[in-house]
Design a protein. Structure first.
Length: 72
């Protein structure tokens, strides 16, 4: 069974918050979405944010390690 939970910034693991702050803090205009998807043996955090120049989609594993980064 898969569970999707909408999150706010303060609910993200500290490692994800740190990554976003280190790489995008100066450019963030707003967060489009933040979600946690859980199913047996699988946990992913998805963050989409809009910066001054583009939209960034980030995927992290359950431990907060970056798996994928797309700039649109």
């Amino acid at each position: 069974m898969e569970t999707t939970t909408s999150l706010n910034e303060s609910q993200l693991p500290e490692s994800i918050q740190n990554y976003i702050n280190e790489n995008y803090a100066e450019e963030i205009e707003y967060y489009d979405s933040m979600s946690l998807i859980e199913k047996p043996g699988f946990v992913r955090y998805y963050v989409t944010l809009t910066t001054e120049s583009n939209t960034v989609s980030l995927t992290f594993d359950g431990d907060g390690n970056l798996l994928k980064e797309d700039n649109e």
